[in-house]
Write a protein that binds this ligand. Structure first.
Ligand code: ZN
Length: 389
């Protein structure tokens, strides 16, 4: 609400002049804007660096203050919607020796609470005048860009067909000595719609009442020459800042931001270090895993080798066992014992002892002849290895 202007008797008079004596003051939220001035224009167009004469501002004030004229409030230069308010009054203020500015008093209809809120809250903080100059003169040679012989591309590029200068470059710019019409005051967001003018015009032409597109060279030229200039909504008197003060304000606004940036960069750097350390740890772990895998493989091979060695040993033991059993069998036969070879080792030893006792009584190179096997054809075996000395 701080942006709204308190209604004085003077202001109420301006409102009565524009809306009739029975105007309901509650129907409007009233604001003030420091309008365009005699300072050079900054706009990416033919008008870049251009200068309005004080007389041009007086023309605008006169047009706006003419009791029967109406300058409507639009938002975002959208002429397809009904006006959302009205300009009540304008005045040229000579701020100092060098600068004059147009101050404007306007009201937004409370039937558009959204627009009022946006203006109150600063979402919309600029106004943009749409107006048509009487002449647009080259500062270098005085050629009028509104002359019918000026090509549309020269207008578009800000190129003077007479002297070749480019407006906004090398000190060349247009001079606007007067204004012949003011079409509207538009409420816009900061920096909005400044460069979207041509697109808007195409759209507006396509949406015109008779639904036919009347896109002609002349209408386009007229549109380029129509000038929209932005300025701030403020109820402060005059904002007078030197370049140094503006720099200081920008620095104080951006200082904390650069500090924050510095902190973020430090955090990023330390995160990078952490990442490197983690990657190194990951490499070490991967190497350890590879070493373990290798060890596992060699252990498996060792195990297999051992298993096959064990198998071989078992086979050998089996062979020895059966050879041993065969030898025992021979001893038993020689000793004339008919027992079969037992599997138990103790029993085998006992049986061999028994055979030894028997064989001890047999002469060298002789064979015992047990009672149940008195056979001369009995096999002759050398049992010297089994003889006890
Ligand atoms: Zn020129």
């Amino acid at each position: 609400m701080s942006k709204r202007v308190q209604l004085t008797e003077n202001i109420k008079d301006y409102m009565r002049t524009k809306c009739g004596t029975d105007v309901d003051f509650n129907q409007f939220a009233v604001y003030q804007a420091r309008g365009i001035s005699t300072e050079p224009i900054s706009q990416n167009s033919l008008y870049d660096g251009g200068v309005l004469a004080r007389e041009a501002l007086v023309d605008m004030a006169n047009i706006i203050n003419e009791p029967l004229s109406t300058v409507s409030i639009q938002s975002m230069h959208d002429n397809r919607t009904l006006p959302q308010g009205k300009v009540f009054h304008a005045e040229v203020v000579d701020e100092n020796n060098a600068t004059s500015a147009l101050y404007t008093l306007f009201g937004v209809s409370t039937e558009h609470p959204d627009l009022v809120n946006k203006t109150d809250n600063g979402v919309i903080d600029e106004v943009s005048y749409g107006f048509t100059p009487t002449k647009v003169l080259c500062s270098e040679c005085g050629k009028d860009f509104m002359d019918p012989d000026v090509d549309i591309f020269d207008l578009w590029e800000g190129h003077c067909p007479e002297c070749g200068a480019y407006m906004g470059k090398d000190g060349a710019h247009v001079n606007i000595p007067g204004v012949k019409s003011v079409s509207e005051l538009s409420l816009v967001g900061r920096g909005a719609a400044k460069h979207a003018k041509i697109l808007d015009s195409f759209y507006q032409m396509a949406m015109s009442e008779d639904s036919t597109v009347t896109l002609t060279k002349e209408s386009l030229k007229k549109d380029i020459l129509k000038l929209d200039l932005c300025s701030n909504i403020t109820n402060e008197e005059v904002i007078d800042m030197t370049e140094e003060e503006i720099k200081a304000a920008i620095l104080s606004a951006t200082g904390p931001l650069s500090e924050e940036m510095g902190k973020m960069q430090a955090t990023l750097a330390s995160l990078g270090e952490e990442k490197n350390a983690l990657e190194a740890a990951k490499d070490t772990a991967e190497q350890a895993v590879a070493a373990l895998k290798e060890e596992n493989a060699s252990l498996s091979k060792e195990k297999a080798d051992l298993e096959s060695a064990l198998e071989e040993a078992k086979n050998k033991a089996g062979e020895v066992q059966s050879k041993f059993d065969a030898e025992i069998q021979k001893v038993l036969v020689a000793a004339g014992l008919s027992d079969s070879v037992p599997t138990d080792l103790e029993a085998k030893l006992e049986l061999l002892n028994k055979a030894r006792l028997t064989l001890a009584n047999i002469p060298v190179n002789g064979v015992s002849k047990p009672a149940d096997k008195l056979n001369d054809d009995a096999e002759k075996v050398d049992f010297s290895a089994f003889k006890a000395n």
